[in-house]
Structures are given as structure tokens and as C-alpha cells.
Design a protein around this ligand. Structure first.
Ligand SMILES: [Zn+2]
Length: 146
């Protein structure tokens, strides 16, 4: 992926404050940081751990992170958790692009809402086995899988 660390390594960008993580500005952006280690995107993962009613220390490596996340539920919940994981990662990446290229401003609550709405639609389209809730409960409850 075209993260800043990769672009610097390929001499497309020079190291500068603009190659730092767009969310926290604490270090150069790399994929593991922006998706899994950043304190800002960590707030998103924690919000969704509360939402599904699970707690876990998640891995930094993408594959291990994914496997640990989908392993939080039982076998029947695997497709739902897979959809949720994909939705979170995709939304963080889109928000990163929005902040870099369209001067978007980090808003955790807005991103959490967007992810829940996306998953609500995917639940219908892909027939994900998910708790039967009305939209209002889907958006507001915590612990939906517990
Ligand atoms: Zn960061």
C-alpha cells in the first residue's frame, strides 16, 4: 500500500512532517501503525470491542490481528466478525485518505457510525449472521454478541 514509509523508501517522498501519521503525528506513517498501533485508530478498535462485548489485546501484524479478531466469536459469528474487521480496516484507510487529500478532520464518533452503517448494509447484502436488532439498537447498543 502507498503508505508514507513505502513512498519514502521508493524515493517518491522525502521524510518530512507530512510523512507522519495523519491522525496522531507521532511517527512516520506505516501500515501497522495507521491500522493497528496508532492511539487514534486504537480508539476505533476499542469502540468495536465494546460494541461486540469482547475484550482482547490485539496483535500488530495484520494477519495475526485478523485471526485474533475473528477468533473472538464462536464459529457462527466468524463471517460477521470478518465483515466487521474488513469494514473497520477499509474505513480507517478511507479516513486516512480523506484527512490527507481532502483536509478531513479526525472524528472518532463519525467514523464509528459510518462503520456501523456500512456493516448494517453488508449484513443485508451478504446475509451476515448478526444479531437481529432494529437500526436504532444496532447503532447504540454495546455488547451485541455477548
Ligand atoms: Zn498515529
Amino acid at each position: 500500500m502507498a503508505t508514507c514509509d513505502n513512498l519514502v523508501r521508493r524515493h517518491v517522498l522525502n521524510t518530512s512532517p507530512e510523512t507522519d501519521c495523519i491522525f496522531c503525528h507521532s511517527q512516520m506513517e506505516d501500515l501497522e501503525h495507521i491500522l493497528f498501533l496508532c492511539e487514534k485508530t486504537g480508539e476505533i478498535w476499542n469502540a468495536f470491542l465494546r460494541w461486540i462485548g469482547k475484550s482482547s489485546a490485539l496483535h500488530h501484524n495484520a494477519k495475526e490481528h485478523f485471526l485474533a479478531f475473528i477468533g473472538l466469536g464462536n464459529k457462527a459469528e466468524t463471517r460477521f466478525l470478518t465483515g466487521l474487521w474488513i469494514s473497520i480496516v477499509w474505513s480507517i484507510w478511507k479516513e486516512r485518505n480523506n484527512c490527507i487529500f481532502k483536509q478531513g478532520v479526525w472524528n472518532k464518533d463519525k467514523l464509528v457510525l459510518e462503520i456501523k452503517m456500512k456493516l448494517w448494509c453488508w449484513k443485508m447484502i451478504f446475509k451476515l449472521e448478526a444479531p437481529v436488532l432494529d437500526l436504532q439498537a444496532w447503532l447504540s447498543l454495546e455488547g451485541i454478541l455477548s
